[in-house]
Design a protein around this ligand. Structure first.
Ligand SMILES: Cc1cc2nc3c(=O)[nH]c(=O)nc-3n(C[C@H](O)[C@H](O)[C@H](O)COP(=O)(O)OP(=O)(O)OC[C@H]3O[C@@H](n4cnc5c(N)ncnc54)[C@H](O)[C@@H]3O)c2cc1C
Ligand SMILES: *[C@@H]1O[C@H](CO)[C@@H](O)[C@H](O)[C@H]1NC(C)=O
Ligand SMILES: *[C@@H]1O[C@H](CO)[C@@H](O)[C@H](O)[C@H]1NC(C)=O
Length: 621
């Protein structure tokens, strides 16, 4: 059964039970604690260990936690919601201290005269946007997922999409911050550093990967509430050529694009600012962030496993255009009011349009009745004329079960659900057209593998402004994000993995792309000095704030390019390229016995990728 993503969700069954997510941090008496990311497995599949975990509820308690680490010389790391993909939240070594901000979330202080809000580090995005809206204020941009903490969000450079004004990166709205750094005994082993926009060090602290200190509070610059107006259009991907992408980015304040290279089409999300008094009560409830049935989630996964194992992408490819059109016609999560999509434009308050979720919590979220995606089951033909099935509560879809169905997040690691690589690389805007042209060349050489990208929605293209944060990008840039299948078994190559590796290396190496700090596989973080605004200045601040490196780990040192470290970001061992721990140098880094050999790229010769070759073709090389 090919049941794929973007299916039509007809609403939560009223009696659906909830399968909770496991806590990111788990402790077991004297054997210590572990911390996991949202998918439950780190890039290197090794656990992240610590001796203990602390849960401060106030700045004083946070201070005491940092002081404890400092007094005992322990490695320490602050964990927000642990939704980052790579090992940023892991303290160095195995016996450090984890500080969770889960309960550091009671402060949301709005100043209506300065249009700012000051929050505790652990406040969740969903609570922030709702609360400030009560005061007629809004944070113009944010990640699409509302289950992140304020400090975690800014500390990885999390963003929305848009080049205008301050841009789409949340750290560029930070105008103040309080953080606790380790200190000498005379100072009580910790101290509070209070930064405002006048302090140059804020450029380091507002995007810090957690290595400068434990953030207690963050102050954001807000704007008076406005609305967004959204329309979705499917276009030929020739619209991405030349200055096409850049023109689109400059014309639409919140625009973004989902590119389906196999079909040669792209879904343009045309999203603009309109006045707060424009009529419309819309929202954007992204289906993949809402509660979904466990049966459904597992059947999606099985569908992709079957495609991988059989090597047959036929159905995926056949359905891609249909799927994309269905997204467009169904609103793709946009609803005009309540639960229904009736047509474009969808106009709604900024905070209802910018971020969503729902799967992270036990309580019933806003039920989604809209067409939220695409049913990939070939036997289920969508109604081409009206799209009316989307609001038909009685629609009977094969995967729908009855009242006892369990619901959860797609990525809940306790079931066989979403398990993917997440490659997100931003390329300077001046190189975007060339990057697109290279991906198209690769597509034209071998179109079919590209359709496995359609599974999660194609290549997601978003826009970032130049930033003053030392660890951000110094130019306007275009973020390309690819989410693709990862095998449960570390030694199983991914079908057509050479293609994904080549795109990754084109973006990182050929175009000097900058990886999203909170996503990506290890290899993407090589040579970050060349890709950031001011790495030297950042490291200088780190030296002043945390000279003993208590908040740093081997991984954070590696990605910051600290030279004293024996290894760079890559780990060379057998099969290392299968999971992006390395760029292959020889065949052993791939999987020769399974037919995967280290070969040059097809469109970018300097790339080194693991390509499947039959014995005949490989011996002829
Ligand atoms: C479903 C999903 C959707 C996403 N969508 C987007 C998106 O649209 N755009 C985007 O850019 N990203 C997106 N992300 C990535 C996400 O926004 C980032 O990974 C973000 O950093 C996660 O926040 P967190 O609270 O989980 O941080 P964590 O992963 O817990 O921590 C991130 C970093 O912040 C540090 N940190 C956290 N709290 C503190 C503190 N109090 N003091 C000091 N350091 C601290 C940690 O040490 C770590 O280095 C998404 C992730 C998921 C899982
Ligand atoms: C806790 O640790 C003990 C001792 O190491 C181990 O035997 C036990 O299985 C662990 N329990 C859990 C729930 O992990
Ligand atoms: C609110 O902001 C104004 C203007 O910046 C400032 O003068 C005032 O002190 C702030 N109020 C509080 C309670 O912080």
């Amino acid at each position: 059964m090919y049941c794929l993503l973007w299916l039509v969700i007809v609403g939560h069954a009223a009696a659906a039970a909830y399968l909770p997510l496991p806590p990111a941090i788990q402790c077991n008496g004297s054997s210590g604690c572990t911390v996991e990311n949202y998918q439950g497995i780190w890039v290197d599949r090794k656990p992240c260990k610590a001796a203990q975990a602390l849960y401060p509820t106030s700045e004083v308690e946070l201070f005491n936690a940092v002081a404890l680490a400092s007094r005992t010389g322990s490695k320490v790391k602050v964990v927000g919601s642990s939704h980052s993909y790579n090992k940023l939240v892991c303290p160095g070594g195995d016996d450090g201290i984890i500080i969770s901000t889960q309960h550091l979330n009671s402060l949301i202080h709005v100043n209506v005269s300065s249009l700012t809000v000051t929050t505790h580090a652990g406040v969740q995005l969903r609570d922030l946007v709702e609360r400030i809206a009560e005061f007629g204020l809004t944070l113009p941009h944010s990640p699409v997922w509302h289950g992140v903490s304020m400090a975690g969000m800014i500390s990885t450079g999390a963003h929305g999409s848009g080049l205008w004004h301050r841009g789409s990166s949340t750290h560029d709205y930070v105008v103040g911050m309080r953080l606790i750094t380790p200190a000498d005994e005379e100072e009580g082993f910790a101290k509070i550093i209070d930064l405002s926009e006048q302090d140059e060090d804020l450029n380091a602290a507002k995007l810090s990967l957690g290595v400068l200190g434990a953030i207690s509070q963050v102050t954001f610059q807000l704007e008076p509430m406005f609305k967004r107006s959204a329309s979705l259009e499917v276009e030929e991907d020739t619209h991405l050529d030349g200055d096409g992408i850049v023109k689109f980015a400059k014309e639409h304040e919140f625009g973004e694009i989902w590119w389906y290279p196999f079909s040669g089409k792209a879904l343009f999300k045309v999203i603009d600012r309109v006045d707060a008094d424009t009529v419309g009560d819309g929202a954007n409830n992204m289906v993949i962030l809402d509660r979904l049935g466990v049966d459904l989630i597992e059947s999606l996964r099985r569908g992709s496993e079957t495609a991988e194992e059989s090597g047959n992408l036929g159905v995926l490819c056949q359905e891609e255009t249909k799927m994309m059109n269905l997204r467009q016609r169904s609103g793709d999560g946009f609803v005009n009011s309540g639960k229904t999509f009736t047509g474009y434009p969808v106009v709604g308050l900024n905070h209802r349009m910018q971020t969503s979720g729902g799967c992270e919590k036990e309580e019933e979220s806003l039920p989604v009745i809209t067409p939220t995606g695409i049913d990939f089951n070939p036997s289920h033909e969508p109604d081409k004329d009206t799209g009316s099935e989307f609001v038909d509560q009685d629609a009977h879809l094969p995967w729908q079960t009855t009242d006892d169905k369990l619901e959860t997040c797609m990525w809940n690691p306790t079931i066989n659900g979403l398990f993917v690589f997440d490659t997100a690389i931003s390329v300077p805007i001046s190189r975007a057209a060339d990057a697109v042209a290279d991906i198209k060349r690769l597509r034209d050489m071998n179109p079919e593998p590209m359709c496995s990208l359609g599974y999660i929605g194609g290549i997601w293209i978003r826009f970032l402004a130049a930033s003053s944060a030392y660890l951000a990008g110094s130019t306007e840039s275009i973020m390309f994000e690819l989410v693709y299948y990862r095998a449960r078994d570390p030694f199983t190559p991914r079908l057509h993995q050479d293609l994904f590796e080549e795109i990754e290396q084109i973006l990182v190496n050929k175009y000097g792309g900058r990886p999203h700090w909170g996503k990506n596989r290890d290899l993407a973080f090589a040579n970050m000095r060349a890709r950031t605004v001011a790495m030297e200045k950042f490291l200088d601040v780190r030296q002043r704030f945390d000279p003993s490196g208590l908040l740093s780990s081997e991984w954070s040192d590696a990605i910051l390019g600290i030279q004293s470290l024996p290894r760079g970001v890559q780990t060379f061992q057998d099969h290392c390229a299968l999971e992006g721990l390395c760029v292959c140098k020889d065949d052993s880094h791939c999987h020769p016995t399974k037919g995967y050999f280290c070969r040059p790229g097809l469109a970018y010769e300097e790339a080194r990728v693991c390509r499947y070759e039959t014995r005949e073709s490989s011996s002829s090389k």
